[in-house]
Design a binder for this molecule. Structure first.
Ligand code: ATP
Length: 233
């Protein structure tokens, strides 16, 4: 369970998040949607400790995270799969995967986790020795997800995974998200693909200009109302 309470954060003198409160229940998929620049990525970065909090708190299973260094987050069971995938193109697929098991506690199980990734995404297994730069956009996203899964996290923060992917590949991606949820993982998904995100989610937050303007169970969302709010600016 993630609890973000009254978080204010930004970049130096520029404040981006204005008293944002968001919760993600254990084993649920929580989506955060909103237009460009609404602060969705900044919120994920604040949760991961990549930017300091001006105000408010972030808790993981009740434990306050403020001040915890980002590199410790996988040991606490939380990883972020960043927007843009951040794949190292000059390294092989397997080398990219191994980077996801960098901490001492995760190195021992890395071979098993690699094999698990290849089983989930056979295409990565077939190409394990090839440079990651040779992958298509969809395959690169699968690699980014698999790298995040190397530490077998309970909590995944996933930032705009569908960006730039063809519709058929996006379908596969959302099947993967549903599978990760069915494994009992807690997921916070930032998306611009509103329909699909609401379709797979348990809870929906809409952000506008650094604030949460809607918080609803996915089953209660009225898509028309959501769109009106989305385009209100
Ligand atoms: P997108 O869909 O474009 O990623 P977003 O909702 O994730 O949008 P953020 O990336 O969180 O939005 O950006 C929120 C605001 O913060 C934007 O106005 C952006 O220009 C600004 N911003 C982002 N990164 C920085 C930075 N490193 N320094 C200063 N301002 C930044």
């Amino acid at each position: 369970m993630i609890d973000v309470e009254g978080v204010r954060a930004g970049f130096g003198a520029i404040n981006i998040l204005w008293d944002v409160s968001v919760s993600a229940r254990k084993g649920e998929l929580t989506t955060i949607i909103g237009p460009n620049g609404a602060g969705k990525t900044t919120l994920l970065r604040a949760i991961m400790g990549l930017i300091p909090l001006e105000k408010g708190s972030v808790r993981l299973d009740g434990k306050v995270l403020d001040g915890t260094p980002t590199w410790k987050m996988p040991e606490l069971g939380m990883v972020m799969i960043p927007e843009g995938r951040m794949i190292f193109k000059d390294m092989t697929i397997e080398e990219n995967l191994m980077l996801g098991a960098f901490s001492k506690g995760h190195r021992a199980g890395s071979r098993r986790q690699c094999d698990r990734a290849y089983e989930m995404f056979p295409r990565l297994g077939e190409r394990r020795g090839k440079l990651a730069g040779t992958l298509s956009g969809g395959e690169a996203q699968m690699l980014a997800m698999s790298r995040g899964l190397m530490s077998d996290p309970d909590v995944l923060l996933i930032d705009e995974p569908s960006l730039g992917l063809a519709p058929v590949v996006v379908n596969e991606l959302f099947e993967t998200l549903a599978r990760l949820k069915s494994e009992g993982r807690t997921i916070i998904l930032v998306e611009q693909s509103t329909h699909r995100a609401v379709g797979v989610a348990d809870h929906v937050y809409l952000m506008q200009s650094g604030k949460v303007v809607l918080s609803q169970r996915a089953g209660d969302v009225d898509m028309e109302h959501l769109h009106d709010l989305y385009f209100a600016h």
